[in-house]
Design a protein around this ligand. Sequence first.
Ligand code: C2G
Length: 130
Amino acid sequence: MRIITFGTFDVFHIGHVNILERAKELGAYLIVGVSSDALNISKKGRPPIYSQADRMKIVDSLHCVDKVFLEESLELKGEYIKKFNADVLVMGNDWEGKFDCFSSLCRVKYFPRTEGISTTQVINMVRELA
Ligand code: C2G
């Protein structure tokens, strides 16, 4: 089974590790689309803290991850699923229902988010300490 998932993975934290490890438990090969800096600027109005090159390198260094690629557009998910021959699309449940339209291409599975941690929270905590 080939599993695909997507994310920004900025200021990498335990919630990111948990979802990637859970995704890998579903199959033998885990493919991760890391969203580009340009995609984040257009989506959130600011660049990520870590560059796309660094975010890709961090995700690629995990033993549960087999392949990393750059996600350049949210609209290309179907193309990426086909290109990488994915059997299952995994996302956190903050995206619940949002990717059900791809269920004709592959299984779509949402995992519960890890409670109590997010990139925004870490940024705010560091800001308060500074
Ligand atoms: N996540 C999680 N628990 C957290 C934080 C994040 O399970 N506490 C999951 C998210 O649900 C997502 C993945 O980790 O599945 C990556 O999260 P983000 O880096 O916040 O990525 P996001 O901006 O949601 O990605 O095409 C989708 C885009 O790339 C968006």
